[in-house]
Design a protein around this ligand. Structure first.
Ligand SMILES: Cc1cc2nc3c(=O)[nH]c(=O)nc-3n(C[C@H](O)[C@H](O)[C@H](O)COP(=O)(O)OP(=O)(O)OC[C@H]3O[C@@H](n4cnc5c(N)ncnc54)[C@H](O)[C@@H]3O)c2cc1C
Length: 303
């Protein structure tokens, strides 16, 4: 493992940002998370490779994040290097029915480009605040659609810096899951396939989804979207609400009175508070319905 003093060597090698002890609360939609030993934002794919080579040379553990909108980061932070895939790998190109997007591209921008290009099938992404890379790992979805259905090919980089290519059938997409999560890969670029559609109809669908989100989700407080996955054939939000958990609180974390599967940070909430509330809600739902809810948010760091 590298001495912290050598972290600064990386600054001379890569063009992007290198931050030491960066609070992860600045990079999660929950505004929760302690410091990352080393936080790197590559400006392009060469930077990404350099960062990985440096990590390998000094046997530094590597974690990857996108927009941090599905992440619960420990209050103790993350040991090793956190690589944020963001604006440096966020290009979007459209050709005929295909859209090639960098893994750091924000999903609302992907949806907007699809609309501009008269391509349907991306409307559901307009209100999901993550990146293309994060969406692929999670197989993000809404309104009966999921991102995996639109994928043609994926370019990823392994932790040794080697480029790998996959097509959709190799990625094992299922409800909020893809086999990318187990592969220790960094997604770099994704080729999607759309369906030609009428822009005014695409726009209408997009707007109706966005209106529904604003009506049903507590977007005024930091949150990480749905905390639990929906159990087969049911909705986690319904079970949590029926179990009487709306408004339950631990510290500054509250089960939203508006949407029971959203836990909101009322200011200064911690990962410890979130996990305590997760256990309390889980216990109540299990006692009432015999159903053990499974976390959708991903834990990162020392728990
Ligand atoms: C208000 C709100 C609404 C939401 N609505 C929805 C919804 O409707 N549907 C839904 O599915 N989700 C929803 N989410 C959750 C979240 O936005 C999605 O899961 C999103 O796809 C996560 O992307 P991200 O870039 O934020 O990933 P992160 O949270 O940063 O990371 C998620 C996981 O992906 C991995 N990862 C990220 N980028 C890469 C990469 N380039 N290569 C390899 N691994 C990577 C991380 O290691 C982590 O395991 C919502 C969240 C919020 C806050």
């Amino acid at each position: 493992m590298a001495e912290p003093s050598t972290y600064y060597e990386l600054k001379d090698v890569i063009k992007g940002e290198v931050l030491v002890g960066e609070p992860m609360s600045r990079h999660t939609s929950w505004r929760i998370g302690g410091p990352a030993d080393l936080f790197v934002v590559p400006r392009d794919i060469d930077d990404l490779r350099e960062a990985l080579m440096y990590a390998r040379r000094y046997t530094i553990p590597v974690s990857v994040v996108g927009n941090g909108t599905n992440l619960l980061v420990s209050d103790l932070g993350v040991r090793g290097m956190v690589i944020k895939i963001g604006p440096g790998l966020a290009g979007i190109e459209v050709r005929d029915n295909t859209i090639t997007a960098g893994a750091g591209a924000p999903l609302p921008r992907l949806a907007a480009r699809a609309l501009e290009s008269g391509l349907a099938g991306f409307e559901f992404l307009a209100g999901i605040p993550g990146t293309v890379g994060g969406a692929l790992v999670m197989n993000a979805g809404a309104n009966g659609c999921s991102v995996g259905e639109r994928v043609k090919r994926v370019t990823a980089v392994d932790y040794g810096g080697n480029e790998l290519h996959f097509d959709r059938r190799e990625l094992g997409f299922s409800y909020r899951h893809s086999c990318l999560a187990q592969k220790r890969l960094i997604i770099a670029e994704v080729v999607f396939e759309g369906v030609p559609g009428r822009p005014e109809e695409i726009k209408q669908r997009m707007e109706s989804y966005l209106i529904r989100r604003r009506q049903t989700q507590p977007l005024e407080h930091p949150n990480a979207g749905s905390v639990f996955k929906n159990p087969p054939g049911d909705s986690a939000g319904r079970l949590i609400e029926q179990a009487g958990c709306k408004g339950m609180r631990v510290g500054a974390i509250e089960v939203s009175p508006r949407h029971a599967n959203f836990f909101v940070n009322l200011g200064g909430g911690t990962a410890r508070d979130v996990l305590k509330l997760v256990e309390q809600v889980r216990r109540r739902v299990e006692e009432k319905y015999g159903c053990k809810l499974v976390l959708e948010v991903q834990k990162l760091g020392e728990f």
